[in-house]
Design a protein around this ligand. Structure first.
Ligand code: GP9
Ligand code: MN
Length: 720
């Protein structure tokens, strides 16, 4: 009784009211975190951060009202702040149900082209338990009406208000630090809005997003047609016309892009203890039906995988800092491979990726790229045994995607993003079948195992392509997105590569940025190793020309690798570059054949390098202008219609595919229809232990499991 009385007395102070609101809001936020959002929280540490993160920001916001002297105004202000914050939380809950993502400022203001904000129809998304998010408001008002709570007329000391504010700022900073410890570069790289909310809370996320939006808008608003003209001048004069003997070699074929996660060129034909690490990829690489590029470099920045995707499918660079996908991808205009191929030759398009759709903001950006279908982790059985840190294991990704792939209308452009070969290269023991070297660094050792696993996965997929007949009318493009072994770990690798760790240099680190680029076209016989130097930015014009598409009117910074006038200078994101003869790092010139620094370059070498350096800087700068000022919104290439992202929706895609197939009747070109309405999934053979009958797992049936995202999210080490 006594305590109840005391509690009531406390609640009737201004601090008491503050505490009450703080407690209610904390409770609502945690409910949203655990019941409505799927943040993939694992382990005590992450739960601790989750429980802690709403406190600092809520105190900070409500605490503002404590500075107001007049009791009524102070109480009212505090309550209004509370209502506004509750509304933000609640709208996010509703929005999340539709988009599995959080609202950005642009969505709230209705500026986002990609997904509409909360609309009338969104209220159909309400659930019975939503009452919990509003009942507190009624309760508080009731407490005042019944006079259980009263306005306390005693002034609140400024110094106390200040103390509360300082404490709340400290708490917010502490949360940020705890988040950064678990997820380094949380803010700078912004992998995923889910992560920001998980570690920092919904309020901090909104503030962060507002800052970003204001900054982006400011830069964007400075755009002038003059800037676009400069870009067009460059891309037009840089354009390399196709090699007639290669133009249209793969015309009309399906395009299957296989993203080999963290896969470096040095693995190709590499042996450990006398055994090839990737025998299947080697066979492709060495064969006559593949154009293979050993001097092909990754050009990614902090956006890693997403930068690679952007470079490959738009031929525009990533940003000097952060990822284009996450920083600008929600608003920018894209003129990307899937949209181009759809508009020029009726290609359908899909991405298959066993991680959460919001990672790298893919679920949003893919719409602007014109991807018709995006099969993310929600389309696969992502139970714990099937996943590694970044989602579905590769063998399962390929196997489980076939039921969707066979329903795609042909020709299609389909991209598979693998994940198993990702730092820290950990794979469960039942999938280990390769004797790894001993370099003294576990992640380096295990890299060979996961690369080997990836190789087996690709082989199984190729076997299926052949059996199902897809193989003959497809062109398969394979590429490594970026390094797996970081510069700091390269020294551990040196000995295996026949080099010394003592003399290992930045020149060597740069050479390690080679990643495979292979274009496998069944039926050709003039393939083989191509000596040309090139990078990820060169892929799109190359592919367009192979498919018989004119690329001259697009804003693309790369050039066709097969063209006689292909530009062989490869720019890295930090303005370093490499040519067939020289590697230039911070103005230091290295000779590619000796690996030694050119201390006294001849006049002509000096001049060439100066010219190339200037071009590289201009090119990267122009690319930044295109991205930062969203210049493509002002430029529509010939025969191209701007993509309308809001027309895309990645829900219930399997049903959509079936429906389309039915509507098209005899005109359906899906593999399934071609086979006389028979599935080809039984043709897929995999030795994936997860699918062995002994284990109680089911095969290609997709289950939308609530655990789907958690395994994919549990990772806390994206970069090494
Ligand atoms: C996640 C995967 C990894 O979905 O693509 O991205 P990365 O860490 O390599 O940039
Ligand atoms: Mn990657």
């Amino acid at each position: 009784m006594q305590t109840l009385k005391r509690l009531r007395l406390f609640l009737n102070t201004r601090l008491g009211f503050f505490t009450l609101l703080l407690f209610f809001f904390w409770l609502k936020t945690i409910t949203a975190y655990l019941v409505d959002f799927n943040l993939g929280v694992t382990g005590i540490y992450q739960y601790f951060v989750l429980l802690l993160n709403p406190i600092g920001t809520t105190m900070l916001l409500l605490g503002l009202a404590l500075y107001i002297k007049k009791p009524i105004i102070s109480y009212l202000t505090m309550f209004l702040i509370y209502i506004a914050n509750s509304a933000l939380l609640f709208f996010n809950v509703i929005y999340y149900r539709e988009f599995t993502d959080f609202m950005t400022i642009n969505t709230m203001l209705g500026y986002s082209k990609v997904s509409e904000g909360i609309s009338g129809s969104s209220f159909a998304l309400m659930k019975p338990h939503d009452i919990f998010y509003v009942i507190d408001l009624a309760l508080i008002i009731l407490l005042f009406i019944t006079r259980y709570l009263k306005f306390n007329a005693n002034p609140f000391k400024k110094i106390n208000a200040f103390a509360i504010m300082s404490f709340s700022i400290m708490l917010t900073l502490a949360t940020l630090t705890l988040g950064e410890i678990d997820r380094p570069q949380l803010i700078t790289r912004t992998f995923d809005r889910n992560y920001i909310v998980k570690y920092l809370g919904i309020d901090s996320y909104t503030v962060y997003d507002s800052f970003k939006t204001v900054k982006n808008n400011r830069v964007r608003d400075t755009a002038e047609s003059y800037d676009l003209n400069k870009v067009l001048d460059f891309t037009k004069s840089h354009y390399a016309s196709p090699n007639p003997s290669m133009y249209g070699v793969a015309k009309g074929k399906n395009v299957i892009v296989i993203h080999l996660e963290s896969f470096q060129q040095f693995l190709i034909n590499f042996k450990v203890n006398g055994k090839e690490v990737t025998p299947f990829l080697n066979s492709l690489y060495n064969g006559k039906q593949t154009y293979s590029f050993p001097n092909f470099f990754n050009q990614v920045g902090q956006g890693k995988t997403s930068d690679a995707e952007n470079l490959l499918e738009t031929s525009i660079y990533g940003l000097a800092q952060g990822s284009v996908f996450t920083s600008l991808g929600s608003e920018n205009t894209f003129e990307a491979a899937p949209a181009i191929l759809n508009q020029t030759s009726g290609y359908s398009s899909a991405v298959f990726h066993g991680n959460t759709g919001s990672f790298w903001n893919r679920d949003t950006v893919y719409k602007s790229m014109g991807y018709q279908y995006f099969f993310d982790s929600s389309y696969y059985d992502n139970s714990a045994k099937n996943t590694l840190e970044y989602g579905l294991k590769d063998k399962l990704l390929f196997n489980d995607s076939v039921k969707y792939l066979e329903r795609l209308q042909q020709p299609f452009y389909a991209k598979f993003i693998t994940v198993s070969n990702h730092f820290p290269f950990d794979i469960d023991s039942q999938n280990k079948d390769f004797e790894v070297p001993n370099t003294g660094d576990t992640s380096v050792n295990n890299y060979f195992q996961t690369a080997h696993y990836l190789d087996e996965s690709v082989k199984e997929f190729f076997d299926y392509l052949q059996k199902s007949g897809l193989y003959n009318n497809s062109m398969v493009v394979l590429y490594g997105d970026h390094y797996g072994i970081s510069n700091s770990r390269n020294v551990k690798l040196a000995k295996l590569l026949g080099k010394s760790s003592e003399t290992w240099s930045s020149f060597d680190n740069t050479q390690m940025q080679r990643v495979p680029f292979m274009v496998h076209i069944p039926g050709i016989n003039n393939g083989g190793v191509q000596p040309e130097y090139g990078g990820e930015v060169d892929v799109l014009p190359t592919l367009l020309h192979l498919l018989g598409q004119d690329s001259s009117s697009y804003v693309q910074f790369g050039t066709d690798l097969f063209s006689k006038t292909h530009d062989q200078t490869v720019a890295f994101r930090n303005e370093n570059f490499i040519t067939p003869d020289y590697t230039v790092l911070d103005s230091t010139i290295y000779d590619n054949t000796t690996g030694k620094e050119v201390t006294h370059p001849s006049k002509s070498v000096q001049e060439t390098i100066k010219k190339e350096q200037k071009k590289v800087s201009i090119e990267l700068n122009l690319s930044d202008t295109v991205n930062n000022q969203n210049l493509l919104r002002y430029y529509t290439p010939n025969n191209f219609k701007p993509v309308q992202p809001a027309e895309y929706n990645y829900k219930n895609q399997y049903d959509k595919l079936l429906k389309l197939q039915q509507e098209l009747k005899n005109n359906s070109t899906s593999l399934y229809s071609e086979k006389g309405n028979k599935s080809t999934t039984n043709l897929y053979k995999t030795d994936a232990p997860e699918l062995k009958p002994a284990s109680e797992s089911s095969s290609s049936d997709s289950k939308i499991s609530s655990a789907a995202t958690s395994a994919a999210h549990k990772s806390n080490s994206s970069s090494n």
